[in-house]
Design a protein around this ligand. Structure first.
Ligand code: COA
Length: 259
């Protein structure tokens, strides 16, 4: 499916999904959000894709929801817009294939929220993060008030939402908002290498790890432990578990088939 505001390229089983509205710093208008939904649905079912790198064209990752669209929204439309965006971001978060955000520049508002919905965040040293919605009379509508405290803790999330101030990549790393900071020129290569490492592991084990962490966070510890044990049992029925453990014993690299 052709996209107007995105590009999707696939090489060596790694998809690179680029938000491509650089003249507006990749601000998320409703059409771009809808395209992101189509793209992640396509990625989920395309067997030639093992995982996806999400990035932005130009000097921004995403500078937020499109403020020109927000400025005239009614309460009913605002709620519907928030729910639609939340739904799309949740489809990224629950994708059984790994999703890495390669944050190349501004990740503000909806951009920070989109990065947080990805499984792993790698930031360029030029990236800037923030939830500036309170400066606009808003609060985050695409999950930021919920995912940020889960990632960095309540106090730091409060600070970012209430002040609306931007932080640099080093500070984002210090507080646990991003997994790694690399020089801007090395961002895509680093993210690609990390993805290749993940794709060399057993795909069902990767998918069930994503699900265990994602679902488990919403459960009590006891319920989460049952979920983990169920997944552990399920993996014992896969060819890949036999192959992975045998390969270790035979001191060779495993050949996983995703079965
Ligand atoms: N929505 C709509 N348009 C946006 C946008 C957004 N969230 N962020 C940037 N743009 C547009 C600007 O309006 C400008 O368009 P124009 O050239 O047609 O005037 C273009 O992108 C470039 O942005 P500009 O502000 O000129 O760049 P800058 O380098 O001076 O500042 C930012 C960069 C990121 C600090 C600034 O654009 C900004 O504060 N953006 C809004 C961030 C925000 O509040 N996000 C949360 C939204 S809920």
């Amino acid at each position: 499916m052709p996209f107007k505001f995105l590009t999707l390229e696939v090489a060596d089983r790694v998809a690179t999904l680029t938000i491509n509205r650089p003249d507006k710093l990749n601000a998320l208008n409703d059409a771009t959000i809808a395209e992101l939904g189509h793209a992640i649905d396509q990625i989920r079912v395309d067997d030639s894709i093992g995982g996806v790198l999400l990035t932005g064209a130009g000097r921004a990752f995403v500078a937020g929801a499109d403020i020109s669209e927000l400025s005239s929204q009614t309460p009913v439309l605002a709620k519907a817009r928030a729910r639609a965006g939340q739904d799309v971001f949740r489809r990224f978060e629950t994708c059984p294939k790994p999703v890495i955000a390669a944050v190349n520049g501004f990740a503000l508002g909806g951009g920070c929220e989109l990065a947080m919905a990805c499984h792993i965040r790698i930031a360029s040293d030029a990236a800037k993060f923030g939830q500036p919605e309170s400066k606009l009379g808003l609060l985050p509508g695409f999950g930021g008030s919920q995912r940020l405290p889960r990632l960095v803790g309540k106090g730091r999330a409060m600070q970012l939402l209430l002040t609306g101030e931007m932080i640099d990549a080093a500070e984002a790393y210090r507080i646990g908002l991003v997994n790694k900071v690399v020089p801007a020129t090395e961002l895509m290569n680093f993210a690609k290498e990390m993805m290749k490492g993940i794709l060399s592991n057993a795909p069902i084990a990767v998918a069930l790890s994503i699900e265990a962490i994602d679902r488990g966070l919403g459960m009590s510890l006891d319920e989460g432990l049952v979920l983990e044990a169920n997944h552990f049992g399920l993996l014992a029925a896969t060819d890949d578990m036999g192959e992975g453990t045998r390969a270790f014993i035979e001191k060779r690299a495993p050949a996983f088939k995703g079965k």
